[in-house]
Write a protein that binds this ligand. Structure first.
Ligand code: R5P
Length: 343
């Protein structure tokens, strides 16, 4: 006698027990930041076996299997003098790490680039110029990223260069809290200052968070990497001014902005920014400026030889929180009450 077996309906998915795995690796530009993030997540930093050959080519081979893991690759695309890497080395290294992770069958590959190099080349400002921020997006997507986690893009619209999701964080909560709690005793005498028209939205939000008025500076760039401030819109007289910017590069913008607000009668002037590149003679320029203090975050590895007036706050907690939420498919914008989409 045969046993009748009912035909089984075809199933579109098969329930299989599995555990999601998270891994964190860091490129050589962001080893310290990557280690801070990994330790907060309670995971070890995965050894990516990075080397530069004598001809300058970069090599990566993960020391352990990453098959099926969500791998977060931390690498700001900026220069790291101590590691002997230029912004272009950092970018290529990130792409190579992504390529290796894809080839090694990672489940998801997430580039964590808190500083997005070339972000200021986000449009054509003159005929025959490249839109290099778009090229970088294409490079990362061709390498194979599933998403990008970044911070305070020079222009939020850069997200539009990606077809993959971009999680755009902001260091504003870190910086506003520092200004409120540690920079000044009394916020009633503060004025928050935008160094150029591009920062007006950020500055207005920053000022609202602190409960202070804001002022704007009219900046011109007569040549590349030269900043000239025309005039101040708003009242800075007898106030403590805090200039808010996204990037400090040569320090020219801040030095000129600080001098302008002092000339207009501010009693003291400070600056806060997310990304402190401090290239070229920036330290000297800023040390000679009227600035009493500068606060940046560690999206960019601090250069050696910084004058005492520069203070670096870590953004590792914020990035860790974001990474945890990306891994568990939870809301990232909740961290900022949705206000990370403002810039
Ligand atoms: C420009 O629009 C940016 O927001 C910064 O103000 C600029 O990148 C700072 O550059 P630098 O320090 O060389 O003046």
């Amino acid at each position: 006698m045969s046993v009748e077996v009912e035909p089984r309906p075809a199933r579109s998915s098969v329930p299989i027990e599995s555990e999601k795995r998270m891994m964190v690796a860091a490129g050589r530009t962001s080893v310290e930041l990557g280690a801070r993030i990994a330790s907060r997540l309670g995971v070890g930093l995965t050894d990516a076996g990075l080397r530069t050959f004598s001809d300058g080519e970069v090599y990566c081979r993960y020391a352990e299997s990453i098959r099926g893991a969500d791998i977060f690759i931390v690498q700001s695309t900026c220069t790291n003098e101590r590691a002997g890497l230029t912004v272009n080395d950092a970018l290529m290294e990130l792409a190579v790490m992504v390529e290796a992770a894809i080839g090694a069958s990672a489940h998801r590959v997430i580039a964590v680039a808190p500083f997005y190099g070339y972000s200021r080349q986000d449009k054509k400002s003159a005929p025959r110029e490249p839109v290099t921020a778009r090229l970088v997006a294409k490079m990362l997507e061709v390498a194979g990223i599933d998403r990008l986690l970044t911070m305070d893009l020079h222009a939020g619209q850069i997200q539009g260069f990606f077809s993959k999701p971009v999680d755009h964080m902001t260091a504003m909560p870190i910086l506003t809290q520092f200004v409120r709690d540690s920079l000044v005793d009394d916020v009633s005498n503060l004025v928050i200052v935008a160094p150029d028209a591009g920062r007006v939205k950020l500055t207005r939000k920053f000022a609202q968070k602190i409960g202070a008025p804001y002022a704007l500076l009219e900046k011109e760039r007569p040549a590349q990497q030269v900043a000239e401030i025309g005039y101040v819109i708003g009242d800075v007289r007898d106030k403590v001014a805090v200039i808010v910017d996204d990037i400090i590069n040569t320090g020219g913008t801040l030095a000129a902005a600080a001098q302008t607000v002092i000339d207009e009668g501010a009693s003291r002037v400070y600056a806060v920014a997310t990304h402190g590149l401090f290239s070229g003679d920036a330290f000297q320029t800023l040390a000679q400026s009227p600035l009493s203090g500068i606060v940046v975050t560690d999206t960019v590895p601090p250069r050696d030889g910084a004058p005492d007036l520069i203070r670096v706050l870590t953004c590792a907690d914020m990035l860790t929180d974001s990474i945890r939420r990306i891994f568990t498919d939870d809301s990232v914008s909740e961290i900022f009450a949705g206000e990370n989409q403002l810039f």
